[in-house]
Design a protein around this ligand. Structure first.
Ligand code: HAM
Length: 456
């Protein structure tokens, strides 16, 4: 038997349905924010990540999948989306368009990490990038996107942490201060941190091994090294977050795991069982120098990405309901050849008319077909019978109440519309409960989706 590679997963069953639903909500939300979908290659020239992304070797060399293709080119599976989008922005001269360019993506990323819950080698990110604006309003808007998304999907208990690394001058001063502070303590830090001290000492603050080390707690704080301009900018970001009614807390130790950030950085955490220390659902920040570093014109940029797998895991462990179907409305049953032919055309007819329909394909007898209908959680059964068909009638059975009726073919669509609409939505399907009138749609105003249970 061949197994899937380590750190990958197969997306199947009900989780796959939830995933597709989340993707649909993302697409609709992005339409409302007016961000355009962008798709860049899953693999890029290694140079993009290795040259482009900065001072430290983390993510960039240790954790990427690198290989040579048959033409002896160095190729890397993308470990994240930002660098590829910046490459595309430059290559397609998007900087020539009236800015800013606002894009979003949703695709697989690859990091050669030690697999554990919430940390995979192949994982999916939804992310946005805004290229061509330095306005602090953009920082707040980008931070608001995952917050609004999580609220729409009913995820409670998220925490937004923000910080500022300041401009180049502030960041350089801070870097110096960290080197000065950590050098006499270096033996008390982990092996990787020895490396980080020379390359990117900010990453020491992000170290998972030393996270509870008191040396880190006493380290200089970013906020004390911001020059006046950077401080004022950070204040403006906070003002816009207040305007957008986004709750946040300032975490002066937040530096983020990638090297290209300056000014605003942020992360969104959630407290759920199972994710452990991988409870950061998403994060991002400003990266004003990256386009230039990759040989494009100086461009101010801001973005974020979230791991869809972690997000779905959080939704599942909080038992958040989603309006997805794990059943069929109708199951069509038959025995004889003529009934079967009729079943084929009726199945097609009902599907084309908007019903969720399944039927028998394996030659099972009626008893086994009833079982199959139960497995598929069919709401109604249409049990075909040659005698009934001669009279242009079909037998319909409510699979819950077990009531049966003979219904004329001419009247069938009307009958199904009436009965299935009646049963269609169970109020239990919404997270806010009894008074909800949302019908499980996400663009409504029920309590668990950020509104006040107003009628839609
Ligand atoms: P990142 O923090 O490296 O940022 O990743 C963003 C999110 O992707 C994480 O918070 C996490 O939910 C998810 N993630 C990362 N690695 C894994 C993994 N191995 N398994 C499962 N999920 C994972 C970035 O990637 C930046 N490009 C974000 C950004 C966009 N900054 C500016 N623009």
């Amino acid at each position: 038997m061949i197994n899937k590679p380590k750190g990958c997963y197969d997306l199947t069953g009900i989780t796959a349905k939830k995933w597709k639903y989340v993707d649909r909500v993302i697409d609709e939300l992005m339409e409302k924010y007016n961000y355009n979908y962008i798709r860049t290659p899953i693999f890029e020239s290694s140079e993009l990540f290795h040259r482009g992304v900065g001072e430290s070797t983390d993510i960039v060399t240790k954790e990427t999948y690198d290989f040579k293709d048959r033409g002896d080119r160095n190729i890397t599976l993308r470990p994240e989306g930002t660098a590829g989008i910046v490459r595309s922005y430059i290559e397609n001269k998007m900087y020539g368009e009236p800015g800013p360019v606002k894009v979003y993506y949703n695709g697989t990323m690859y990091r050669y990490e030690r697999p554990q819950s919430g940390r995979d080698r192949e994982f999916t990110q939804f992310g946005v990038e805004v290229l061509g604006s330095d306005d602090p309003f953009v920082d707040a808007e980008v931070i608001s996107i995952p917050v609004v998304l999580f609220k729409m999907l009913g995820l409670q208990g998220i925490k937004v942490k923000i910080n500022s690394l300041g401009d180049k001058e502030s960041r350089d001063n801070y870097r110096e201060a960290l080197i000065k502070y950590f050098t006499p303590h270096i033996e008390e830090l982990c092996e990787d941190c020895h490396d980080r001290l020379g390359k990117n000492p900010l990453r020491i603050l992000d170290c998972k091994v030393d996270k509870d080390n008191p040396i880190l707690a006493k380290a200089p704080k970013t906020i004390d090294y911001l020059n006046d301009e950077s401080k004022a900018r950070f204040e403006q970001v906070k003002t816009y977050l207040d305007e957008l009614e986004i709750d946040y807390e300032v975490d002066t130790r937040l530096v983020r795991g990638l090297d290209y950030y300056n000014h605003t950085v942020f992360e969104i955490e959630v407290d759920v069982e199972g994710l452990g220390s991988n409870n950061v659902l998403g994060g991002g920040g400003r990266y004003n120098g990256l386009v230039e570093m990759l040989d494009g014109p100086a461009t101010a940029c801001m973005g974020f990405a979230m791991g869809t797998g972690r997000f779905i895991q959080a939704l599942e462990s909080m038992d958040v309901k989603m309006p997805i179907h794990d059943d069929v409305e109708l199951f069509i049953m038959y025995v004889s050849d003529t009934e079967k032919k009729y079943a084929a055309s009726l199945t097609q007819y009902l599907r084309v008319n908007g019903f969720r329909v399944d039927t028998e394909y394996t030659g099972r007898g009626l008893k086994a077909q009833f079982k199959q209908a139960d497995r598929l959680k069919a709401k109604y059964l249409i049990i075909l019978n040659d005698e009934d068909l001669k009279n242009d009638e079909v037998k319909i059975k409510n699979n819950k109440t077990k009531e049966e009726e003979l219904v004329s073919i001419d009247y069938l669509l009307y009958y199904l519309d009436e009965h299935l609409l009646e049963d269609d939505y169970d109020l239990d399907d919404c997270n806010c409960g009894e008074e909800c009138k949302c019908k499980g749609e996400h663009d409504h105003k029920c309590k668990c989706h950020g509104g006040e249970n107003e009628e839609v």
